[in-house]
Design a protein around this ligand. Sequence first.
Ligand code: LUZ
Ligand code: MOS
Length: 774
Amino acid sequence: MHKNKLNNSLNLKLDHVSNALKKSVKNIDSYTHVRGESLYVDDVIVRQGTFHAVVFDSPKAHGIIKSIDYSKAEALEGVERIFTCKDIPGKNEIGGIIHDEPLFAENEVHFWGMPIALIVAKTEFIARKARELIQIEIEELPVITTAKEAKVKGSFINAPRSFSLGDTEKAFSSCEYIFEGETFSNGQEHLYIEAQGAYSEPLENGNIKITSSTQGPTSVQKTIANVLGIAMHKIEVDVTRLGGGFGGKEDQATPWAVMAALATYYLNKSVKLILNRHDDLRMTGKRHPYESTYKIGLSKDLKILAYQVEFLQNSGAAADLSPAIAERTLFHATNSYYVPNVLSKVLSCKTNLPPNTAFRGFGGPQGMFVIESAIAKAASKIGVSARQIQETNLLNENDTFSYGQIAKKVEAKNTWNSAKDIFDIDALEDEIEYFNKNNATFKKGLALMPITFGISFTNTSMNHARALVHIYLDGSIGISTAAVEMGQGVNTKIMQIAAQVFSVSLDKIKIETTNTTRVANTSPSAASSTADLNGKSTLMACNSLLERLKKVASENLNVLEENIKLKDEFVYINDEKSNLSWTELISKAMFNRVALTENAHYATPEIHFDKTKEKGHPFAYHVYGTAIFTTTVDCIRGTYEFDSVKIVHDYGKSMSEGIDLGQVEGALVQGIGWMTMEEIAYNSNGKLLSNALSTYKVPDVFSVPKSIEVIPVETDGNDMAILKSKAVGEPPLMYGIGAYFAIQNAIKAFNPNYKVKFHAPMTPEKVLMSLYSE
Ligand code: LUZ
Ligand code: MOS
């Protein structure tokens, strides 16, 4: 009964195989998600006697710790032990790129929410109560909260980076128009539904197993080994799935896992540490706020001849992934445009905020917002529409990016022109003009937003993955990879790949948890590359097994291997069904002692980058697209709605249309939230004010666009993408930037004196003030 229902709900029946494999396959997690049966860290059935932990964190953003009195907390009934930096047997260091971040503060605190100690108790309730009993004295030091202040004070994470193409100085001298300006884009809270957390269990011989809600199981393993001063093989990290990551668990899932492991190391007991929402919001970093200045030069016919930009990244109190994020800002500084002369520079500014971190787009969106602002400003000064400048400068085949990569298989103009045609841009503009003429208190605005996003970790050495595929003797299949399922549907895609190679139904395949003992030394699930990297290695492993199985079939049926095909769980000879079924074929292979396990390694070919020259070919390919936004602003209230977002998106040849559409819609709305309503606020003492969902507004069902249409662009696809199905996780977030400019255009229709400030997010408060600004 139960089994039948499951199969129906997942569309797994054999006669649906080809359909399921290609286009309309459902996320394999949908059934357990809807029934509340999916397992997250907090659902792990804990061992008897498990302890619960709570983090004691700094109540000041910067200062010297004068004294801490744990005695009352330690005396509380049910408190087992409190761990501090003094208890660390290895290194008190969790920084991935730069070693500048302690697990627990030593003498100084650098941000409000910085972990100082771990309270371990019989229950979480007791641990929280104990936390209130800790007394700390801090001698306060000056607090820096903005990137600009940090720059003035010379407070940086590392040396600046700079990309250059052509000769900007010379180019500016021949420009008809030159404009300069400043922009600000704020941070963004990840707001994964599942907060950060880990569960740690002692195994024999001092080995430890961690269940972690992490995008990067290997980072967790490596960091625990470092902090405990033990070998990596003693640590096993297991990930079932995440309730969202969005980059917030690429690096910042690690400290909680390390703390739980530290307690297990000493107590030889299992320990559970799950942050509540308040603790998570306060202690973790977010998308980086950026303050930027630019200078843009155009010719008389609106060609952008030169672009100079300086990005100030608010990195927070430690490096975390900031240097890599800063680098990606430079990679995307010119978005979808060809600019022959570029000089871009980024400074990672050290402030007293929680270390800011990866967030969907990874610095790309911050870079793209600046050039879109520069274009909007130039357009309004020259008296043309931004659309004209955008269109005039779109990338062409063989154009050079500022970092030296030559653009190939460019879909910038294709998506742009398709969007204009399919959605009849002229009619849309006429409608808006007519509406604005006939409405005094409501105004509509329109904006186009082209996107170009590079696919690969910008750090070339991270672009690899492995897959371990077992065919069990009953013909069922188990697959392990480095891919972490976080709602993006990667497990479904990997299943589809194996199902396609072997031509078996999806219910023959199981995707195992992500576990460091089965697939080791992995890159995090990030950079939109998880399905490409892990999918390609799965494809390789499955293809090797297929070759073996064909040989077995050929020997058994006495036909040439090349005439053999697997189809719908049978062996076919020259397209004719034989009597040999998939299951029998596997039995025969077993009987002939053929290996039914394969491990394959994939490393993205062709990519390279030379940091000494800041030139190379860092991306396997680019993803393109164009969005058209229309918005209606209520000019009495300052509120706005998005009437429609119309997108032509470059999926390549999507292997899972439903999943990919879900990624586009989700990223779009997340991008709109970043640009229009999500307002992170710290006070000048570095205290997070937007520290709850009552003070931090994220898009909800009422604020999503009234209509979202996404049309795939017609293209040949790209062989570097898994089954020609392009990476889809991050690129569509940047469509959200269009929301900002659509609102600006509506405000201009109401208030001709309005001068755009290029200060995001464009909250209703800011809209209201802009409507009536002089
Ligand atoms: N993470 C990372 C990323 O470590 N390197 C990257 O290039 C990247 N890009 C996007 C998102 N996460
Ligand atoms: Mo990343 S922003 O974890 O893909």
